[in-house]
Design a protein around this ligand. Structure first.
Ligand code: PEP
Length: 254
């Protein structure tokens, strides 16, 4: 079963816009065959409750785009894993490159967030990936090894097998530049090797690895099918349900 994650980012600015999104999303869902895919919509936290209430389909789960590492207390402006879970969400993105870039989030913080997500039965979608400069300097592999080893510190094999990884090269997120399928495959192999070393083959096989970064329907072969990814994380193209479902349909057929 392939996983298709939509990251709506900081969009749907009014209840009217959100409701239009629901209508259009529900229409596309009804008209599309999605039997072989699991869709996860990671929505702005202010819309979590309305999404979990309005979109009722076993093909679609709802997630947050971030959580805090503590469960409750004096952390003004943060949202916690129990809050997200209590609204019926099942997933949370953790360590997205936009959080690392604008809020200075680190892999050590992602480690705490992954732990609190799992404790609250949320599936973490942990984002890793190198910047343009790191790639040009030949440091991509090292960066990813570090992002994984810091974020998985103290995580057991049972916990690890529940985590989803999104390989999102920072230079591709929001840029319309995508890696070749060989480049993606290389990183997928690297990730599998890291997980085999950390947890052994059976666990490594259970950890889903997605590709994310400027995903569009025309690119699905290159970024998902050819490198044998377990799915995709889609940013901007998830904002128009019609475009998002073009991706869903192609992956569902393959
Ligand atoms: C993302 O938000 O993780 C992402 C990959 O964005 P985009 O598809 O817009 O590049």
């Amino acid at each position: 079963m392939k996983l298709i994650v939509g990251n709506l980012k900081m969009n749907l600015l009014s209840t009217a816009e959100r409701d239009r999104y629901f209508e259009s999303f529900k229409k596309e869902l009804k008209d599309s065959k999605v039997g072989n895919v699991q869709i996860v919509l990671c929505v702005p936290s202010i819309h979590l409750e309305s999404f979990t209430k309005k979109i009722k389909s076993k093909s679609v789960e709802i997630g947050s785009q971030n959580i805090f590492w503590e469960e409750k207390g004096s952390y003004t402006g943060e949202i916690s894993a129990p809050m997200v879970a209590s609204l019926g969400a099942q997933y949370s993105i953790i360590g997205h490159s936009e959080r690392r870039r604008y809020f200075g989030e680190t892999s050590a913080q992602a480690n705490m967030k992954i732990k609190v997500a799992l404790k609250n039965k949320l599936t973490p979608i942990y984002c890793v990936g190198e910047t343009k400069e790191e790639k040009e300097n030949g440091d991509a592999a090292q960066v990813i090894i570090q992002q994984i080893s810091e974020a998985f510190a103290g995580i057991s094999s049972t916990q690890a097998s529940k985590i989803v990884i999104a390989y999102e090269p920072v230079w591709s997120v929001g840029s319309d530049i995508v890696p070749s399928s060989d480049e993606i495959l290389e990183i997928k192999i690297l990730l599998k090797k890291i997980f085999v070393e950390l947890y052994g083959l059976p666990v490594a096989e259970k950890i889903s690895v997605l590709y994310g970064g400027s995903v569009k329907s025309e690119l699905i072969n290159q970024v998902c099918i050819e490198p044998g990814m377990d799915g995709v994380l889609v940013g901007r193209e998830s904002l128009v349900p019609r475009d998002f479902f073009k991706i869903v349909k192609i992956i569902n057929k393959n």
